[in-house]
Design a protein around this ligand. Structure first.
Ligand code: IMP
Ligand code: MG
Length: 378
């Protein structure tokens, strides 16, 4: 049994969808445990690009796909997504927890009213979770009973606790697919500039209702940092560097089309994510975006009122910290066709090694482009 979790180590958009797609073959079941259609996963296969919001990206690999009780579901969006997938959607392999809550029109209206302060995706996520916690929510089971237009979803409604329990009994392996990222976690992120769910590893347990041993805990780390929406971002580059990363990295939100804010890799931030989630393996994505940037900076520590701090601070302090940087040489060669670690230019290998050394967690996967094949396994 080799269960795994793939979790974002930053503010989302680290490239989790691609990593899930890459390793999905080794697992029997792909489970989403939190979030809703605020997420956006992009998978490129040949000349086709697939964008997912709710359905786990494992669907195109023919895997059993599950939406756990920790997710919030907009039924209309889900029906549309099923429709868009066409033949790639297998109705016999799709399961929704009967305990998951739904996003209703009123939630979208409320989200629109408060959207600006946080910079939410406006999909009604926060208000749907708020109603759940206030015990005023609507489960998908109830919603389907009350709305004829959603009857088509009835066949997917499942006791997910039992489904996963049975799968584990049969020695099936499960891949938990996180949405958003550690810094957007409602408890451990940059509150209040967060999403309304637990994107971190604890969410796996509350969001599915089954305790599972997870020997493989993969943190997905982008080689630089991005965030959409408001909130502190110590290594943000509101300059040519930021523009370069935004353009080279095509950093535009999958869900909202907003330009993402961009900056350097932030080791104190990712180190915190490693600790929160117990990552024992990292996937470093989009390192090709750094090609030709000249000098690469990495934040290795924070200073607060001129003093170094050795803890990861709350939002008020994080908004004021000064990062300390080290500088490395970039490479100029195109690395997008490198298939093995040894094929990377020396400077790129030095970058990977430095990040690994600073974090103390092995980087086992390196992504050098959006396509399935543009991946190096170390
Ligand atoms: P909400 O999840 O729509 O409530 O948005 C709360 C915050 O999380 C905003 O800053 C969003 O931009 C951010 N966010 C939500 N989902 C994602 C995601 O999948 N990727 C990146 N940021 C996200
Ligand atoms: Mg995304």
């Amino acid at each position: 049994m080799t269960n795994a979790a793939v979790i974002g180590a930053q503010w989302g958009d680290e490239g989790k969808g691609k990593i899930v797609d890459m390793i999905a073959d080794s697992y029997d079941m792909i489970v989403r445990y939190q979030g809703g259609n605020n997420a956006g996963h992009t998978i490129v296969v040949g000349d086709k690009t697939y964008k997912f919001h709710l359905i786990p990206s494992g669907m195109i690999k023919g895997k059993s796909c599950v939406l756990g009780n920790g997710c919030v579901i907009d039924p209309d969006v889900l029906l549309q997504e099923i429709d868009n997938l066409g033949d790639l959607f297998n109705p016999n392999r799709f399961f929704i927890s009967e305990r998951a809550h739904v996003i209703l029109e009123k939630h979208k209206v409320r989200d629109a009213q408060t959207q600006q302060k946080i910079g939410t995706t406006g999909r009604g996520i926060g208000p749907a979770y708020a109603d759940k916690i206030a015990r005023e929510g609507t489960t998908i089971k109830q919603a389907i009973a009350e709305n004829k237009g959603w009857n088509n979803l009835q066949r997917y409604i499942t006791n997910v606790h039992q489904l996963i329990h049975n799968a584990l009994q049969q020695k099936k392996s499960i891949l938990y697919e996180g949405a958003q990222g550690t810094m957007l976690d409602v408890d451990h992120g940059t509150y209040p500039f967060v999403t309304s769910s637990n994107a971190t590893i604890g969410g796996v347990f509350t969001g599915t209702g089954v305790y599972t041993d997870i020997p493989r805990r993969i943190g997905v780390v982008k080689a630089y940092t991005t965030r959409v929406g408001e909130g502190p971002f110590p290594t943000e580059q509101k300059n040519e560097t930021g523009d370069y990363l935004q353009q080279q990295g095509k950093e535009v939100g999958t869900t909202t089309g907003r330009k993402r804010r961009c900056g350097w890799l932030d080791i104190p931030q990712v180190q915190y994510a490693c600790r929160v989630n117990g990552f024992n393996e990292l996937a470093l994505t989009k390192i090709d975006v750094l090609t030709g940037i000249g000098k690469i900076k990495i934040a290795t520590g924070y200073r607060c009122e001129e003093k170094s701090i050795d803890y990861f601070p709350t939002t008020d302090i994080l908004s004021t910290v000064q990062p300390d940087y080290i500088e490395l040489d970039a490479w100029a060669e195109d690395i997008s066709r490198c298939k093995a670690y040894g094929q990377l230019p020396k400077a790129a290998r030095a970058y990977v090694q430095k990040v690994e050394e600073l974090l103390g967690v092995p980087i086992k996967i390196i992504s050098v482009g959006p396509e399935r094949g543009q991946t190096i396994v170390r």
